[in-house]
Structures are given as structure tokens and as C-alpha cells.
Write a protein that binds this ligand. Structure first.
Ligand code: ADP
Ligand code: MG
Length: 444
């Protein structure tokens, strides 16, 4: 499979040599402890990308897709399971001793929730000074001067020095968090949803501050957000994450105006259009993302992709029937998950309780009242029998083999798709229609 060096070549060629951060085939797994034990959570599952000096790279995706884990791994707050992270050419995943200490000065993180990241017993002055003390930065009086300077830089007053965080508003507390992050003059800052907890009016002020600071100090940002609208304004390039993978990465404008990847397409179509008369294809995604403990074998997005490649013999089948097969497969997947709370998801999918319902009911629920090919029904019943006998795995495998899409079986490669973008989708291979073409037909 594609090793770190191969991925490096593919991504590096496009990024040029101005990269500050180079990530290659990075994986971060959380070992399964707890009563379930078993499979690790594949929070980050093989990502490769660069962050250029002085740029803001946005990282977007639904909750739980691995954004924070990726950010924390770049900061060495989580240990990488595999792959490389280079900062200024040095692999940081293996740093120790003085090198690690230096690294902890060069990179910083700003967290979403200023409340829980600030110690309430410390004054603002102490909070901002803490990183300087920890790193033995210059002399005590220089530190005091530095703190005053930092407070001013982030728009706080000198008299705030002796106050406590709870005396401040959310926006001001985030300013304190930013001052702390800047104290040691870092090169690279990971901003993990820095404005998500703030009122909209305050968000704009903090975003402006972050942009000003970037210009003044030549900072490089990884800006994590689930709000795509925020990202569009502040980011030079954007990476779209799904189930531990980067589905698409590229210049913000190109990615927003003309998404290449089906997942980006779906994600964008869920943003409310500011102009309600504007024509925007609406795509509603069925179901929920699969568990990162047990991701799909092929493309990460294959279980929900609206433009999934059909297997031979099913190309001409009408969309409704194909969709019902996919829904049935999704119900089987939901049922086979051990976590009881997930039955809610299956229920949402069918609009009723499914985990206790027997297979006959489920088959009826999905297929009754619709025309279905005899051959298809035979396969559905066969799978239903496996499931009824308690072998959910066999049922799912049976359907995967029968409705054998390349998307179910093979992980796509990262393909360059123009305008400096890279996208993970089998549809960019020459023998298939491009996602955009198929979307157009879907929304006709
Ligand atoms: P995001 O920031 O995109 O919401 P996270 O990186 O927080 O996503 O989480 C990615 C996945 O890893 C989720 O399934 C989450 O439940 C899991 N996860 C996060 N932190 C841990 C941890 N410390 N131990 C085990 N699993 C974790
Ligand atoms: Mg997060």
C-alpha cells in the first residue's frame, strides 16, 4: 500500500518546498480499553498534507471525524501510531529531551473552550506568564514586561493583569488563551474551534485579531472548525476530513465554489444559502458516519456516498431501487454495532425502532410498496436469513460481494483534480464519470 515516502512524493510535488509542516501517512489510533476492549478507534487513519509557511489551513468535518486528534498529534499531545510529522524538516514524532522542549516553544494550541483551559485560581497575569515560567524564559522582570505587551497585543488592558478569568466575558477569555499561546513566540499554532463557543458578534472580533496576529508575527495556522462559513473567510486552503481521512484539500475558493469530492459536495450543500433564490443543489446524507473502530474496507465515505459507483449489472437500475438496497445495507450495519445507543440511529434511518424488529419487518419496511427486481429480492432475503441466524457479518459480507462496488472494496488514491486540489474518490479515475457530472443528474 502507499507508504509514507510514496505519499510524500505525491503531496510534496504539489506543495513545493515552502512547507512548514509536512504530514505523511499519519495515523493516530486510540487503543480500545474499557469493557468492549477490541478494535482501536482509528481517529486519524492515514493522512498526508502540507501546511505552508504563513498560511492558514482550515480543517473541517463533522464532529468525531478526527480533527482534534489530528491537531493534538501535530502538537505531540497525542502519540502518532504511524507516519511522519515534520516541522521545518524535522520529524517531531520522535523528539525527546531538549529538542522536545524547544518544539514545545515553537508550536502552540488554542482550545475551543476558554473556560476549561484556563485555571480559575490564577490571575490573568499569572496565566499569561505561566508558559514563560515553565520554559524559564529570560529574566523575571522581562517576563513581566512580556506579559504586559501580550495583553496589549490581544486587546486586553493592563489593569486586567490582576483579575481572574471568571471576571471576563467569553471573548475576553479567548483573548487570554491566545495571549498564552503567543507568549513564547511560536511559529505554528493549532486553533481548535477557537470561536465555536462565542457569540457571533464576538466571533468576528476574535477572527480579526487572529488574522492581525498572523500578519504581525508571520504565524502559520491550522484552523479547526465545523462551521464552514467561518473557514471560508479566514483560510487560504481547506482540508475536509471524514472518518479519519482527508477527503479533499485545496485553495478555499476553488473548494467552496466547485467541490471535487462527493463528501465536500454534501457538506457544502448542508450550509444554508445566504441568498435563498440562489440555485444550490441540496443533498441530504442518509444515516450517520460509520464507527471509527470499524471503518468501511474501501472508501471511507462509501456507505453514505450519493454518487457511489454502481457495480456491473446495476448501472441502469433506477435510483429509488438502488437507494433502497443501500438503506437496507446501512440498517444491517447499524444493527451489528454493539453500542445500544446506536439503535437510535437505525431508528432515525427508518423512522422507527429497528434493533428489536425482526428481519422480515425490516425487509418489508424498506422494500414493500416499491417495485424491486426478483433477483435483487432474492439477495436481500438471503442476507436477511444470515442476519436472522445471528450472523450479521455474513449478511453484510454477502451484500458487499453481491453489490460489489469498487467503492466498497478499494481505498481510492489521492488524485490531483485541478486548481491545486487533491481529492480522494474513485470517480476521478478515467473510467468513471466525475462526481460533479453525476450530482448534476441527481439534482435535475
Ligand atoms: P473531532 O475533533 O473531529 O470532533 P476527535 O478527534 O475529538 O474528533 O475524535 C475522533 C474520534 O476519536 C471520535 O470517535 C472520538 O470518540 C475518538 N476519541 C477522541 N479522543 C479519544 C480518546 N482519548 N480515547 C478514545 N477515543 C477517543
Ligand atoms: Mg474536536
Amino acid at each position: 500500500m502507499s507508504g509514507a515516502s510514496e505519499a510524500s512524493e505525491a503531496v510534496g510535488r504539489r506543495a513545493g518546498s515552502d512547507a512548514l509542516v509536512e504530514v505523511r501517512n499519519l495515523k493516530t489510533y486510540y487503543e480500545g480499553g474499557g469493557f468492549l476492549g477490541g478494535d482501536p478507534v482509528k481517529a486519524v487513519d492515514g493522512v498526508s498534507f502540507d501546511i505552508r509557511r504563513g498560511e492558514t489551513l482550515g480543517l473541517v468535518g463533522e464532529s468525531g471525524c478526527g480533527k482534534s486528534t489530528l491537531g493534538r498529534t501535530l502538537m505531540r499531545l497525542e502519540e502518532a501510531t504511524d507516519g511522519e510529522v515534520r516541522l521545518d524538516g524535522t520529524d517531531i514524532t520522535t523528539l525527546s529531551g531538549d529538542d522536545l522542549k524547544q518544539f514545545r516553544e515553537d508550536v502552540q494550541m488554542v482550545f475551543q473552550d476558554p473556560d476549561s483551559s484556563l485555571n480559575e485560581r490564577m490571575t490573568v497575569g499569572e496565566l499569561v506568564r505561566e508558559p514563560l515560567d515553565v520554559h524559564d524564559w529570560k529574566t523575571p522582570s522581562e517576563r513581566r514586561a512580556r506579559v504586559r505587551e501580550l495583553l496589549e497585543t490581544v486587546g486586553l488592558q493592563e489593569e486586567h493583569y490582576y483579575r481572574y478569568p471568571h471576571q471576563f466575558s467569553g471573548g475576553q477569555r479567548q483573548r487570554i488563551g491566545i495571549a498564552r499561546a503567543l507568549a513564547l513566540e511560536p511559529d505554528f499554532v493549532v486553533l481548535d474551534e477557537p470561536v465555536s463557543a462565542l457569540d457571533v458578534s464576538v466571533q468576528a472580533k476574535i477572527l480579526n485579531l487572529l488574522e492581525d496576529l498572523q500578519n504581525e508575527f508571520g504565524l502559520t495556522y491550522l484552523f479547526i472548525a465545523h462551521d464552514l462559513a467561518v473557514v471560508r473567510h479566514i483560510c487560504d486552503r481547506v482540508a475536509v476530513m471524514y472518518l479519519g481521512n482527508i477527503m479533499e484539500i485545496g485553495p478555499a475558493e476553488a473548494l467552496f465554489d466547485d467541490p471535487a469530492n462527493p463528501y465536500t459536495h454534501a457538506l457544502l450543500s448542508s450550509i444554508p444559502e445566504p441568498d435563498p433564490t440562489a440555485k444550490r443543489d441540496r443533498i441530504t446524507l442518509r444515516g450517520t458516519p460509520p464507527s471509527p473502530r470499524n471503518p468501511p474496507t474501501g472508501c471511507p465515505f462509501s456507505t453514505r456516498c450519493p454518487v457511489k459507483i454502481r457495480p456491473e449489472g446495476y448501472e441502469e437500475m433506477d435510483r429509488g431501487q438502488w437507494e433502497r438496497i443501500e438503506v437496507f445495507r446501512e440498517v444491517l450495519r447499524e444493527r451489528s454495532r454493539a453500542n445500544p445507543s446506536l439503535s437510535d440511529r437505525a431508528r432515525a434511518l427508518l423512522g422507527r425502532e429497528t434493533h428489536r424488529a425482526d428481519m422480515d419487518d425490516i425487509v418489508a419496511e424498506v422494500f414493500d410498496g416499491h417495485e424491486t427486481d426478483e433477483e435483487v429480492m432474492r439477495h436481500i432475503r438471503e442476507a436477511a436469513e444470515y442476519a436472522e441466524d445471528g450472523d450479521e457479518d455474513a449478511a453484510r459480507t454477502y451484500l458487499r460481494e453481491e453489490f460489489n462496488s469498487v467503492c466498497d472494496h478499494e481505498m481510492p488514491d489521492q488524485e490531483a483534480v485541478g486548481d491545486g486540489r487533491v481529492s480522494l474518490c474513485h470517480r476521478h479515475e478515467p473510467e468513471y464519470e466525475e462526481p460533479a457530472t453525476v450530482f448534476e443528474r441527481l439534482t435535475d
